[in-house]
Write a protein of this length. Structure first.
Length: 71
């Protein structure tokens, strides 16, 4: 279950949907829509994918800021 969740969350097919969730900020409506089409496992996968995208984006921003501060 957890392995399948990780594969779904990190697959290239789910990243655009996770980005849509990340940008939309209407978690309840989108989670309900996804749950009705794909099931509860997909909702958790999408939420994890959205968190992963936000986390890696913030890490990249922080890293770029550190590089600019060194210049």
């Amino acid at each position: 279950m957890l392995g399948a969740l990780f594969i779904l969350a990190t697959s290239a097919l789910w990243l655009p949907v996770a980005a849509m969730l990340w940008l939309a900020y209407d978690w309840n409506l989108l989670a309900a829509l996804v749950a009705s089409f794909f099931g509860v496992e997909a909702v958790f996968a999408l939420l994890f994918g959205a968190w992963y995208l936000k986390y890696t984006t913030s890490l990249r921003r922080a890293h770029c800021g550190q590089l600019q501060a060194l210049r």
